[in-house]
Design a protein around this ligand. Structure first.
Ligand code: T1G
Length: 688
C-alpha cells in the first residue's frame, strides 16, 4: 500500500497533494485516497474550488505499472475522474515533472491544466502495449483534433509544456509559483465547470486523418494496440461520450492482460534494473565534468556529440588535422539536426559548440575526468594510446575504450592503473543509439564501473553492465545469430528468404540487409584476426569471405549480398546466389528449401542458446539485461520483451528441440546452454 493524498486548505481553495514517491504512480491506494479527498471537497461547503498537485518531483507519472499484473481494484481511475467531472466545483490540475498516462488523463478530467515550464505531458500507454484506459482517446481529440490525437497517442509522444500549451493540451504555463498560479486559476473558475468530455471534436479532413493513421501504423509496426488506439480516437465524437469511454476501457482491460503488454512491461522494468548494474555494488561514481575523446573518426565524433549534447566540456583529440576538421563538421551537423528535430534547443547547441575543444596531442586531455578512446579496432594501437594516457591523464581519471570486441584486460595491462580502465561500448551512431555496454575488466575498480554506469545515464543512454568476454553481450550473440543465418545459406536458403523470414518475426532488418548496410569488410577483418584461434570443430561458412574477396562490401560498394540500384534499392543478385549454390555443392551439402518458420526457429534458437551461454559465462548479470541489449541495440522486436522473455513464453519442449537442431547444424564445437538450469524456459503447455 504506497503513498497518500494530503488535503490542505488555502482559504476557500483545497489542495489535494498526491504523495507517492518516487514518481507519484497512480496506485490503487492513491486512487482510493484521491476519491476520498474529492468527496471531502464536495461535502465541504466552505471549499469553492480545488487543485490537484504532486508532492516531490512530479505530478502523477502514470498508473502504477507494478499493479498491471494484478486485478483492477476499485476505485478504478475512470471513477475517480468521474467524481471530479460530476462535482459542481472547479478542479485544476497543477503539473510539474511528468503528467503521463493516467496522470494526464486525471488532468484531462479537471476543468483546467496549468504546468511549470519543462513539465512533460502525454499518453505513452502504447509503449506498454495498451491504450489510454481512462478517457485519453476520447478527450485528447476534443482538444487537438483527431489527426493530431492519433499522431500523439500512437507513438506515445511526450510533449513539453510549452508545446502542450500551443496544442491546447494545457491551458496555462505557471510563470511564478505553481501553487499561487493554480489557486488563482481555480478561483477564476468558481461557479462553472469546463468538462472536456462535453466539447465537440474539432473536424479534421479525412485526408489528414488518413495520413496520420497510415504514419502511425507504419511507425507502430502495425501492432494491434496501435490499431486499437486509432480506432478509439476516430470514434471520439462519433458516438455518445459514455459509450466511447466504456468502449475504450474495455479495449484497455483486454490489452492490459495480453502477452504483448506483459512483454513491454518486462522490458520497461528490465531497462531500469539493467541501469543499476551489479546490485551488490556499493561504490559511488567518481565526480566527472570534463570529457576527453581520442579519435576523430565516425565513432569518436558521435561520442563527442553525445557528450556535448548532454552539456559537458569535451576535448576531442586526433593527430590528423583533416580528421579533426571532418569530425567538427559532423558534430555541427548532428547538433543542427538535433535542433531542427526539436530534440535540442538552439541555446543548447551553442553551448555544446562552445564546449568543444579540438586537440592534436593527447596532452590536451590532461584535465579530463573521463576519457573515451575510439580509435581503430587494433589491439597494438589501443595499447599504445593507453600507455600514453597513463602518462598524461590526471590521477583518478576513468580511461574507457570503445572497443567492440577486443580484450579490455590486454588494453588495461598497457597502463599502470588497470583499476581505472573500463569499456564503454557505444553503438553507431553514438549520439543517437541508446544502448551503451559498460564493460568491466578483471582489474576494473567498482568505482570506475559505477562511474561508467553514471556516465551512461547522464548521456541519456541505456546502460547494461557486461563482462570482458569476446563481443561482450550484444556482438557475441549477434555474431552467433549471423553465423546461423550463414549456415542456412549453405543449407538451402537464399539471402532474401532469410531476411524476409526474420523481418516477418519483427526484426527491423534481416541479417544480410544489415551486413550490407554496416559493411561486410568489418566482420571480415574480425574473422581474419580470429582465424588463428577459431575452433576447427565449429562450422565455418566462406560465403561472406568470398563476397569480400570479390570487393562486394555491401551498400558502400554498390553490392554485397544484394546489388543496389542508383537509388540504393536492394535487388537480388544472381551472381551471389550462384556463388552460394556453388559453395553448397563444394561442401557436398544437398540444398533444401527452408520454410519461414524453420528459418525463424533456427535463428531464434541460436540467439537463445548464445544468450544462455553469455549468462553461464557470467558476461551478463541477468536474463533481462540481455533482453535490453538485443532490443535496444540489435533491432530485436521490443513487443516480444526480448529473446529471453520470448523464450519463456514458448513451449519448452519445442524450444529445446529447436536448440538441439541448431546445435546439430552448427557443428560439433557448439556448446549448448542449460536453459532449464538458467530458469529461461517457461512452464510446459505454453502455446506453441
Ligand atoms: N508505475 C510504477 N513505477 C514507475 C512508473 C509507473 N508508471 N514510472 C516509473 N516508475 C518507477 C521506475 O520503475 C523506477 O523505479 C522509478 O519509478 C524511477 O523511474 C490508465 C494504465 C516518469 C518519465 O508510461 O516514463 O497510466 O527502478 O528511472 O528516468 O491510461 O519513469 O527506482 O525501482 O524511469 O526520472 C503510463 C512511465 C502508465 C510513465 C521518470 N505512464 N515512467 O523517468 O525515472 S500506463 C508511463 C516514465 C497508464 C492509464 C494507463 C519515467 C518518468 P526504480 P525512472 P526517470
Amino acid at each position: 500500500m504506497s503513498g497518500t493524498v494530503h488535503l490542505e486548505r488555502d482559504g476557500d481553495v483545497a489542495f489535494l497533494v498526491i504523495d507517492n514517491p518516487p514518481v507519484n504512480a497512480g496506485s490503487r491506494h492513491i486512487r482510493k485516497a484521491l476519491l476520498e479527498a474529492i468527496e471531502a471537497v464536495e461535502a465541504d461547503a466552505s471549499i469553492r474550488a480545488a487543485v490537484l498537485i504532486g508532492a516531490g518531483r512530479s505530478f502523477i507519472a502514470g498508473s502504477d505499472i507494478k499493479e498491471f499484473d494484478l486485478p483492477l481494484d476499485p476505485p478504478q481511475l475512470p471513477a475517480v475522474i468521474a467524481a471530479i467531472e460530476t462535482s459542481a466545483k472547479p478542479f485544476v490540475a497543477a503539473l510539474h515533472g511528468a503528467a503521463l498516462g493516467g496522470g494526464y488523463e486525471l488532468a484531462l478530467g479537471c476543468d483546467a491544466r496549468i504546468a511549470v515550464p519543462g513539465t512533460v505531458v502525454g499518453l505513452p500507454e502504447t509503449t506498454l502495449g495498451i491504450i489510454p484506459g481512462a478517457g485519453g482517446t476520447q478527450k485528447l481529440p476534443r482538444l487537438v483534433g483527431t489527426a493530431k490525437a492519433i499522431a500523439l497517442i500512437c507513438p506515445g509522444q511526450r510533449v513539453a509544456a510549452e508545446q502542450a500549451l500551443e496544442l491546447g493540451m494545457i491551458d496555462a504555463l505557471a510563470e511564478g509559483d505553481l501553487r499561487e498560479d493554480s489557486k488563482a486559476l481555480a478561483v477564476s473558475l468558481v461557479g462553472g465547470k469546463k468538462r472536456i468530455i462535453d466539447l465537440p471534436v474539432p473536424q479534421d479532413s479525412q485526408e489528414a486523418i488518413a495520413s496520420a493513421e497510415k504514419k502511425a501504423l507504419t511507425s507502430g509496426r502495425n501492432r494491434p494496440h496501435i490499431a486499437a488506439a486509432i480506432s478509439h480516437v476516430k470514434a471520439a465524437g462519433q458516438k455518445d461520450a459514455a459509450e466511447g469511454l466504456a468502449a475504450e476501457r474495455a479495449t484497455f482491460e483486454k490489452l492490459r492482460v495480453g502477452a504483448e503488454a506483459k512483454a513491454l512491461r518486462h522490458i520497461f522494468f528490465a531497462e531500469r534494473e539493467a541501469a543499476r548494474g551489479r546490485p551488490e555494488r556499493s561504490a559511488k561514481p567518481l565526480p566527472f565534468r570534463i570529457f576527453g575523446v581520442v579519435g576523430a573518426g565516425t565513432m569518436g565524433a558521435g561520442i563527442a556529440t553525445a557528450v556535448l549534447q548532454a552539456g559537458y566540456p569535451t576535448v576531442l583529440v586526433d593527430s590528423d588535422e583533416a580528421a579533426l576538421s571532418r569530425a567538427k563538421g559532423r558534430i555541427d551537423a548532428a547538433l543542427e539536426k538535433g535542433v531542427s528535430s526539436g530534440k535540442l534547443s538552439a541555446a543548447a547547441m551553442k553551448a555544446a559548440q562552445h564546449n568543444l575543444t579540438l586537440g592534436f596531442d593527447l596532452s590536451a586531455l590532461a584535465d579530463c575526468d573521463v576519457i573515451v578512446e575510439a580509435i581503430i579496432e587494433e589491439l597494438g594501437a589501443k595499447q599504445k594510446v593507453f600507455a600514453e594516457l597513463d602518462r598524461l591523464a590526471k590521477p583518478g581519471a576513468v580511461l574507457a575504450t570503445n572497443t567492440s570486441y577486443l580484450d579490455i584486460d590486454r588494453i588495461a595491462e598497457a597502463t599502470g592503473r588497470p583499476e581505472s580502465v573500463i569499456g564503454l561500448h557505444f553503438f553507431s551512431p553514438a549520439h543517437i543509439m541508446k544502448l551503451l555496454e559498460v564493460v568491466g575488466g578483471r582489474k576494473s575498480s567498482e568505482a570506475a564501473m559505477a562511474t561508467g554506469l553514471a556516465v551512461a545515464k547522464t548521456l541519456g543512454k541505456q546502460p547494461v553492465e557486461a563482462g570482458n568476454g569476446f563481443g561482450f553481450i550484444g556482438n557475441r550473440i549477434y555474431a552467433a545469430y549471423r553465423a546461423s543465418c550463414e549456415f542456412m545459406l549453405e543449407d538451402g536458403a537464399l539471402p532474401h528468404e532469410v531476411d524476409a523470414a526474420l523481418e516477418a518475426f519483427g526484426f527491423a532488418m534481416g541479417p544480410f540487409a544489415v551486413a550490407d548496410m554496416s559493411g561486410l569488410d568489418i566482420a571480415w577483418r574480425m574473422r581474419q584476426q580470429q582465424a588463428a584461434t577459431r575452433d576447427p570443430a565449429s562450422r565455418y561458412v566462406h560465403i561472406p569471405d568470398l563476397l569480400c574477396q570479390a570487393g562486394r562490401y555491401g551498400r558502400k560498394t554498390g553490392a554485397g549480398y544484394y546489388r543496389y540500384d542508383e537509388k540504393g534499392r536492394a535487388e537480388r543478385s544472381v551472381e551471389v546466389e550462384d556463388l552460394i549454390i556453388a559453395e553448397s555443392r563444394a561442401k557436398g551439402i544437398e540444398r533444401k528449401t527452408l520454410s519461414r518458420e524453420e528459418i525463424q526457429s533456427r535463428a531464434l534458437a541460436t540467439i537463445v542458446n548464445e544468450a544462455g551461454l553469455v549468462l553461464e559465462d557470467g558476461i551478463a548479470l541477468r536474463p533481462g539485461d540481455i533482453d535490453v541489449v538485443l532490443v535496444n541495440g540489435y533491432g530485436f522486436p521490443r513487443w516480444t520483451g526480448g529473446p529471453l522473455h520470448w523464450a519463456g513464453q514458448q513451449d519448452p519442449d519445442r524450444l529445446m528441440a529447436a536448440c538441439a537442431a541448431f546445435a546439430e547444424t552448427a557443428g560439433l564445437g557448439k556448446r549448448r546452454a542449460d536453459l532449464r538450469a538458467l530458469g529461461i524456459l517457461g512452464p510446459a503447455g505454453q502455446p506453441a
